[in-house]
Design a protein around this ligand. Structure first.
Ligand SMILES: [Zn+2]
Length: 378
C-alpha cells in the first residue's frame, strides 16, 4: 500500500502537497488563483551565549491568523468566491509551507557554536544568523471540526505517510539538522487555528532537548552496547504498572518520571530512527493505537484535553545512529477539569519539574478511560 502524493505550487511560490487516501474521492490539485502576495522576509536566529542555544526571532508572526471562525478558516477547502490556502473543493491530507514561518524560507547552514568567534571579537553579527529552515502545516482533514483522535485508521495512515514523506525530504534539504513533526491541540496551549492540523519544523541546528537526549543515548550505548530507549521499553513493559496500551508493534506508557499531569510515550518495538523507517505493518498499527491513546486522553475530562504531541526523531547527522530510537511524546498541562499546570519558577527558570500526580495514577486513569465516544461528547 502506498499513499499517492501530488505536488503543486501556491500563488506566492510556496510548495503544497496533496496526500490521498487509498480509496480517495478527492479532486486532483487545482491552481491557486489568488493574487501573489510577497512572502514575509525570513527571521533571525540569535545565539544565547549562556546556554549555547539558538533563539528564533520571527516578528512577522505577530500578524498571523488568530482563531478564525469556520467561515474564515484558511485550512478549509476553497469555495467559489472564498479562496483559502488550499485551492481545491475537497482533499484528504494536505501539507504546505507555512505562510508565517518561524524558520525559512531560506536554507543553509548556521554555526554550531559561535562562542569562540564572539570571544575573539564581540559583536552582534557574531551571534546572529539567518533563520534558515522550513516550517510546514499538515492538515489532517477537510472537515473543520474534529481532531486526530476522530480520524479513521485509513486517514490516520495517510497522515503518517505524509509525515514520513516530509521527514525524509526535509532531512535532505541544505543545512537541515533536525526534523520535528508535532501537533499542538487546544486554545489553552496557544493554538491559533482549530481546524485539525499539525506542523513540521525543519531546523538548521539540533534542538536543545535533543542535544541532551542524544548525548545520553550515545553514552549509554558506549557503556552497555544497548540503545537506551530499548532498555526503557523493556523496563516499562516488564513493570507494566505504567502501561496504557500495547499493540503488535508499539507500546504506550506513562514514563516513570513523568513531568506533566498527562504524559504518554508511544514507542515502536523495533529500533527505528525516524517515521520514514516504519514499514507498512507498523504504520497501519500506529494508525490504530495512536488515535486510541488520544481518545483515552480526551475521555479523562468532560471537554477535549489540550495536548502537545511531539515526534522525537534522530538528528539528521547524529554521531551514533545505533544509539537513536524514535518515539512520540504526548503531554498535557491539564491537571483537573478546570485547572492547568503552569510552568512557574522551578520549571521555567531552572528546568526542574515538580509533578502534581504520580505516573502510576495517570496510567491507571488512562487504562480505565473508555476509548469510545461517550454520549456525544467532544
Ligand atoms: Zn477549517
Amino acid at each position: 500500500m502506498s499513499t499517492q502524493v501530488r505536488r503543486n505550487t501556491l500563488a506566492d511560490g510556496r510548495d503544497i502537497l496533496f496526500f490521498q487516501d487509498e480509496d480517495s474521492t478527492a479532486a486532483p490539485p487545482a491552481e491557486d488563483h489568488r493574487p501573489a502576495e510577497p512572502r514575509p522576509t525570513g527571521g533571525q536566529l540569535r545565539f544565547d551565549l549562556l546556554t549555547g542555544e539558538w533563539v528564533a526571532v520571527a516578528t512577522h508572526r505577530q500578524s498571523r491568523t488568530h482563531l478564525p471562525a469556520a467561515a474564515e478558516c484558511p485550512l478549509c477547502p476553497s469555495a467559489p468566491g472564498r479562496p483559502t490556502e488550499i485551492p481545491v473543493a475537497d482533499y484528504d491530507v494536505v501539507v504546505f509551507e507555512n505562510r508565517f514561518p518561524s524558520l525559512g524560507p531560506s536554507l543553509g547552514a548556521v554555526p554550531a557554536d559561535p562562542r569562540q568567534k564572539f570571544a575573539e571579537a564581540a559583536s552582534e553579527s557574531a551571534l546572529t544568523a539567518p533563520a534558515h529552515g522550513r516550517c510546514e502545516v499538515v492538515v489532517f482533514s477537510s472537515e473543520h471540526d474534529g481532531s486526530f483522535a476522530d480520524l479513521d485508521p485509513a486517514r490516520a495512515r495517510t497522515v503518517i505517510d505524509a509525515w514520513a514523506n516530509r521527514s525524509r525530504e526535509l532531512a535532505a534539504q541544505e543545512g537541515i539538522e533536525q526534523v520535528f513533526v508535532f501537533e499542538n491541540r487546544g486554545e489553552e496551549i496557544g493554538v491559533t487555528m482549530n481546524h485539525p492540523h499539525g506542523q513540521i519544523y525543519a531546523y538548521p541546528f539540533v534542538t536543545p532537548h535533543t542535544v541532551i537526549t542524544s548525548a545520553r543515548a550515545e553514552q549509554h550505548k558506549r557503556e552497555t552496547g544497548r540503545p537506551l530507549l530499548g532498555d526503557v521499553l523493556d523496563f516499562e513493559r516488564g513493570s507494566g504498572e505504567r502501561m496504557v496500551l500495547e499493540s503488535a508493534y508499539f507500546s504506550a506508557f506513562v514514563p516513570f518520571a513523568a513531568r506533566w499531569p498527562v504524559e504518554v510515550h508511544i514507542v515502536p518495538h523495533r529500533q527505528v530512527l525516524g517515521l520514514d523507517e516504519l514499514d507498512d505493518a507498523e504504520r497501519d498499527d500506529l494508525a490504530g493505537i495512536y488515535p486510541e491513546v488520544l481518545r483515552r486522553i480526551d475521555n479523562l475530562y468532560s471537554t477535549p484535553t489540550p495536548y502537545i504531541a511531539a515526534w522525537h526523531q534522530a538528528p539528521v547527522n547524529c554521531a551514533d545512529r545505533s544509539a537513536e530510537w524514535m518515539h512520540l511524546e504526548i503531554t498535557s498541562p491539564r491537571r483537573a477539569e478546570s485547572k492547568l499546570k503552569f510552568l512557574a519558577g522551578s520549571e521555567a527558570a531552572m528546568g526542574a519539574f515538580v509533578g502534581d500526580v504520580s505516573a502510576e495514577e495517570t496510567a491507571a486513569r488512562l487504562r480505565a478511560a473508555s476509548p469510545a465516544l461517550e454520549d456525544g461528547r467532544r
